[in-house]
Design a protein around this ligand. Sequence first.
Ligand SMILES: Nc1ncnc2c1ncn2[C@@H]1O[C@H](COP(=O)(O)OP(=O)(O)OP(=O)(O)O)[C@@H](O)[C@H]1O
Ligand SMILES: [Mg+2]
Length: 404
Amino acid sequence: MVKQTIQIYGRIKPTKKNTTVYSVDNEEQTGAFLEFLVPRDLADGFVNNKRECYRFRFLKVFDQAVEQEEVFENIAKPVADSVLAGYNGTIFAYGQTGSGKTFTITGGAEHYRQQYGFTTHISYLEIYNEMGYDLLDSRHEASRLEDLPKVLIMEDPDQNIHLKNLSLQQSANEEEALNLLFLGDTNRMIAETPMNQASTRSHCIFTMHLCRREPGSATLRRSKLHLVDLAGSDRVSKTGLSGQLLTEAKYINLSLHYLEQVIMLCQRRNRSHIPYRNSMLTSVLRDSLGGNCMTTMIATMAVDRRNLDCKEGLHTESISTCRFAQRVALIKNEAILNEELDPALVRHTHTHTHTHTHTLTALHQSLQPPFKPQKHAFMCQSLRPDSPHISRPKIDQQMSCSEN
Ligand SMILES: Nc1ncnc2c1ncn2[C@@H]1O[C@H](COP(=O)(O)OP(=O)(O)OP(=O)(O)O)[C@@H](O)[C@H]1O
Ligand SMILES: [Mg+2]
């Protein structure tokens, strides 16, 4: 088991304007610091009556000039390596609208390219206005949102979460996986808002389900990698949204509130009850937040002037994103190696042992006194695939989010 707190990184979106309101100090040993400096006398006659310096600690902060490749090497590669080894992984981006979450998670369409070759199952879930949709339904290419299959959350008696109607698509190589990402992105809810021309108005979870078999071994390792692009918080009063955009913003803010609530409670030593069930997002990310997963968060920040809070001259949104990240950094996860006996092999062994037992029984029945092959019968029982000692995979049409 690997016990690890959620790893937090920061990323500043590039801006053409010269900004001196923040500074980044990436020190190898002590981690990195991001500092927001707010002068007493602000432009436009505003005066800052609050603190002048806000300092936040991250593992590393990627400043404006840092390219996607470097972000990938530092953040995504270690997570991908653990997923390949058999642990669950999650990378999620959090930040205000327009701060670069979607860009960071997807790299922008021009970065979709082939690098490795591996086979996996993929699902792409969209949570829009608290409803789940399957973005990879092949019958509904580029369709309207209402036409996409609705994904429902089901809970089994052991309180494991299952997502009904979320398809799992096998991809034989990276090109197929990228096509699925592209198909899902085409189906996402995107709208133009005052803060972002192509604002993604939903939470999206692109999941790779990997299955790895050690050569010559009877065990399988199953792991999942969630790439989570959250919808950005909108300050409704500031951006003057109305109609559908306002409804969306209310749902987004409410689900981010529930996410924050779960994070607040997860960081406590005594985790008696965590209200994961309050929202679909927290239900699906249950493993990632305080469970069986290695989780990394990227806090994205935009530092243009228009992102300033006009009244106070503060980077209020960036500061609250950093505060959120500091709380996330306190959450301890316990990732385990998701190893199980290969059910196919177990079935084979069962049949084989069964036949062997029958042969022995027949042989011994012909002898006197009658022979009872109890030991073999016990072996048969303990190797049955439905034995409670053997966990079976749940790769049907559902995505399993059980805490192992
Ligand atoms: N590191 C970056 N380098 C270059 N362009 C970027 C970078 N980050 C973001 N952008 C650009 O900034 C714009 C807004 O970014 P993006 O759509 O990723 O924001 P977001 O946080 O996902 O916003 P929302 O919550 O509204 O969906 C996009 O045009 C994107 O291409
Ligand atoms: Mg987005």
